[in-house]
Write a protein that binds this ligand. Structure first.
Ligand code: TXE
Length: 480
């Protein structure tokens, strides 16, 4: 079986321990490659390589850094089909989604930050006392980037690209559940001529490699996307070491559907915002709040459309829903269907594992599931399920919709469906979220701040926010 190995100091290297883990294909449930089971020793080598590379990389001109990142972006596009097939096999997502969204977006992340760094300017503040301040923004050193399994290359590159563009060197860890595209990226980085040690990718488990990165005294800045409890653990380690932290965590996002919305457009988009990537996107809307005057109509139409979604082989072009990422995750998702039932929820459609073993796919498929009849305080509506499971619930007034939307410990994103401009502004202002989409979903401008409030995290990624995060500002005050 193919071995997924580390990228350290410009070379592909076996883990020091020589140990490997099995990497499972979610659609079949069978191992198909081996993954380096790295540990502290590999992280140490990666940090040493990054520290050695930092003086030169941080002084490399922005133009030259930009050019290399641009080359990586081009290579990703040249290898789009190969990367998309690998991502789909590794994650279970439909290859059509990886081809249209994940891989182009990974290329775009590199291209975006390759150009953003050329426009990243400092503020200056003139004083009346014949003095001027300017803000110097310097790369910090070795950045730690830890990413999850749901959008593997997309989120990995979303962290690495700004860190590198800003002049840092990086020690990165992709999720052990979906390591393949990061491994393929390391080969492209070699091909692009990225100087050795500038980016180091260490594969393996969270409690070994992730913890070693978080705890390392020579990694002063950490960008993490993943589960809220892992984020809390990382914060506990990083806080007394005064590390700079960006945490992009879970969500329990509402969709607020008012009776004056453009109905057909809303319906089509809400099906997508509920079930894209099998519901495994932190931005998916999992609590659908519908104005009571259109509730029955919406319920009927929504279920009809959801039942049209084809659950099947991720490799087939007509598959809408692939496999969930792992057996453990599928079991977690299905356990929430049982919780919903025990809480009095009515399963309107779905709720079961889909058996495709006759097609040779003995993996982790779950029907898209719609549940009604639950209050907002129950576990189903409070906890992040992160799968193809949504609840629907009616509301009578705008105030009630806002109150229900804000009634969880999360605050990542909301989508609002209305044609009323005044309402749009009133609602957007009162939603306690980092991101509000109106009459759209997942429409992303990479210049905008991205992140959440409450248990959805701290800090913002995207655009100049990311470049600010990966640089240290220093004020220089000059009296003249
Ligand atoms: O994520 P983890 P898991 C949510 C979703 C899911 C839950 C758990 O609800 O069911 O999180 O998923 C690394 N120190 N999201 O367990 O463990 C790990 O190796 C440092 C939402 O897969 O948080 C991986 O690289 N790192 C989310 C990364 O953290 C550690 C996307 C994320 O894994 C570590 C994914 C440790 N102690 C899951 N332990 C989103 N917001 O998009 C693990 N890791």
């Amino acid at each position: 079986m193919e071995k997924i190995i580390n990228y350290i100091d410009g070379e592909l290297r076996e883990p020091v321990s020589g140990s490997y883990l099995e990497n499972i294909e979610p659609a079949t449930g069978e191992p198909y490659s081996l993954l380096a089971d790295s540990d502290r020793q590999d992280v140490e080598l990666a940090v040493e390589a990054a520290k050695k590379a930092f003086p030169l990389w941080s002084k490399t001109s922005k133009d030259d850094r930009s050019e290399i990142l641009y080359r990586i972006s081009e290579l990703i596009l040249q290898n789009l089909d190969k990367l998309a097939a690998a991502e789909s096999k590794d994650n279970g997502k439909p290859v059509s989604l990886a081809t249209k969204v994940d891989i182009p977006r990974a290329a775009h992340n590199f291209r975006f930050f390759a150009t953003a760094i050329l426009h990243f300017a400092s503020e200056s503040h003139q004083m009346e006392e014949a003095a001027i301040n300017y803000t110097m923004k310097s790369p910090i050193g070795v950045a730690g980037c830890i990413s999850p399994w749901n959008l593997p290359l997309y989120l990995f590159s979303w962290k690495i690209a700004p860190a590198l563009a800003a002049g840092n060197c990086v020690v990165a860890k992709p999720s052990e559940v979906t390591p393949m595209s990061a491994y393929l990226l390391s080969k492209l980085c070699i091909e692009a001529g990225l100087p050795k040690g500038v980016l180091n990718i260490v594969h393996g488990l969270g409690h070994k490699v992730g913890a070693a990165i978080t705890e390392h005294p020579d990694i002063p800045v950490i960008s993490f996307t993943g589960g809220t409890s892992t984020g809390a653990q990382i914060a506990r380690t990083a806080a007394p070491m005064f590390k700079k932290l960006s945490l992009e965590l879970g969500g329990k996002n509402p969709a607020l559907i008012f009776d004056d919305c453009k109905y057909e457009k809303m319906l089509k988009t809400v099906v997508r915002s509920s079930f894209a990537n099998q519901g495994q996107i932190c931005l998916c809307g999992s609590r659908l709040l519908i104005h009571s005057s259109i509730y029955d109509k919406f319920k009927k139409d929504f279920i009809r459309e959801v039942q049209k979604l084809k659950v099947g082989d991720p490799k087939s072009a007509d598959t809408n829903q692939g496999a969930l990422v792992s057996k453990a995750h599928m079991e977690k998702v299905l356990s929430y269907v049982e919780i919903a039932k025990s809480e009095g929820g009515k399963i309107l459609c779905g709720g079961n594992q889909v058996d495709l073993s006759e097609e040779g796919l003995g993996g982790y498929f779950v029907e898209p599931t719609v549940i009604e009849g639950l209050g907002m305080s129950c576990r189903t509506n409070q906890e992040e399920i992160f799968g193809p499971v949504v609840t629907i619930m009616p509301f009578d007034t705008e105030e009630e919709a806002i109150e229900l939307s804000n009634a969880t410990s999360y605050g990542l994103a909301a989508s609002v469906w209305t044609e009323n401009v005044s309402r749009t502004n009133r609602v957007a202002e009162q939603l306690h979220m980092g991101i509000v989409w109106v009459n759209c979903w997942l429409l992303r401008d990479l210049r905008t701040p991205f992140g959440g409030v409450k248990n959805s995290g701290v800090g913002r990624e995207g655009g100049f926010e990311a470049l600010r995060f990966f640089t240290e500002p220093k004020n220089v005050c000059i009296k003249y």
